[in-house]
Design a protein around this ligand. Structure first.
Ligand SMILES: Nc1ncnc2c1ncn2[C@@H]1O[C@H](COP(=O)(O)OP(=O)(O)OP(=O)(O)O)[C@@H](O)[C@H]1O
Length: 236
C-alpha cells in the first residue's frame, strides 16, 4: 500500500483560538478512515483542510506526495445536507453533470455508460428521470454519492453524510457505501460522531478530542459489539 494523504504537525486557529493542534496522520491508498469525535472537536475543519478548501496555520498536508495548497481535483467532498443536487436537473443529469463539465472530454456514449454504472451501484435504477424534489433524503444522498464517484476521484471526503437519515436508510447506505468502496478502491475519509457507524465502516477509527488525535483504533474486522462501543465511547 502507498500513502495517499500525509498530515504533519497540522494546526489551525479561528480568531486566535487553536482548533487543531499539531495533528499527525497518514492515510493509505484505498483505506477507509473514520474521524470520530463529539461536536466542535475540529473534525470538519480537518476535512476542509485535507480538501484544500481552507488555509492551514501550520504544518503540512500532502496528497500523493503533492502539497495541498488549494482544492485538489483528486478530492471530492460530500456534506450532510441533502440539497447538494441541482433541483432543475433529473437524477441522471445530476450524475452526468461532472462528466459533461470535466476537463477530459467524454463521448456521449461514455457518459451514459458511466452514469448507468454508478446509478446501478447506488441502486437507483428506474429513478433516472426523477427530479430531486421527488426523491427521499436517502435517495438524494445516494445520488450525491454517485455524482461524486462518477469521475472516479482518488479520495472521497464525507462529512456526516448520513447524519440526518433514519436508522434503516442509514444501514442500507452503509452497505451500499462499503460495496462501492470495495469495487472502486477509493480512499475514504468519513466524519461521524456515531461510534457504531465508525465500527461498521472504518478500517481505522481516528478519535479527535480538543483539536488533537486522542486515540487511533484499528478495526479491520468491522464488527460491532457492546464492549467495543463502550471502549471507544470512553475515549470521546
Ligand atoms: N469559520 C469558522 N470561524 C470561526 N470558528 C469556527 C469556524 N469553523 C469552525 N469554527 C470553530 O472551530 C471549532 C471546531 O469546529 P468543527 O466544525 O471543525 O468541529 P466538528 O468536530 O466538525 O463539529 P460538529 O461535529 O459539530 O460538526 C468549533 O469550536 C467551531 O465553533
Amino acid at each position: 500500500m502507498s500513502t495517499m494523504i500525509k498530515i504533519e504537525n497540522l494546526s489551525k486557529f479561528y480568531n486566535g483560538i487553536k482548533v487543531l493542534n499539531h495533528i499527525n496522520l497518514t492515510i493509505e491508498e484505498g483505506e477507509f478512515v473514520c474521524i470520530l469525535g463529539s461536536s466542535g472537536e475540529g473534525k470538519t475543519t480537518l476535512l476542509n483542510l485535507i480538501g484544500g478548501f481552507i488555509k492551514k496555520d501550520g504544518g503540512k498536508i500532502t496528497l500523493k506526495d503533492k502539497e495541498v495548497t488549494h482544492p485538489a481535483k483528486e478530492c471530492i467532498m460530500i456534506f450532510q445536507e441533502f440539497d447538494q443536487l441541482f433541483p432543475w436537473k433529473t437524477l441522471r443529469d445530476n450524475i452526468e453533470f461532472p462528466l459533461k463539465n470535466a476537463k477530459r472530454k467524454y463521448t456521449q456514449e461514455e457518459i451514459r455508460k458511466q452514469s448507468s454504472t454508478y446509478i446501478n451501484m447506488v441502486k437507483l435504477q428506474g429513478f433516472e428521470e426523477y427530479y430531486p424534489h421527488q426523491l427521499s433524503g436517502g435517495m438524494k444522498q445516494r445520488t450525491s454519492i454517485a455524482r461524486s464517484l462518477v469521475t472516479m476521484p482518488k479520495v472521497l471526503l464525507m462529512d456526516e453524510p448520513f447524519g440526518s437519515l433514519d436508522g434503516q436508510t442509514k444501514n442500507q447506505l452503509h452497505k451500499t457505501l462499503l460495496d462501492i468502496w470495495k469495487k472502486t478502491k477509493t480512499t475514504i475519509v468519513f466524519i461521524t460522531h456515531d461510534v457504531r457507524e465508525a465500527l461498521i465502516l472504518a478500517d481505522r477509527i481516528v478519535i479527535m478530542k480538543n483539536g488533537e488525535i486522542s486515540k487511533v483504533v484499528h478495526n479491520q474486522d468491522k464488527s460491532v459489539s457492546e464492549n467495543k462501543v463502550q471502549e471507544i465511547t470512553s475515549f470521546l
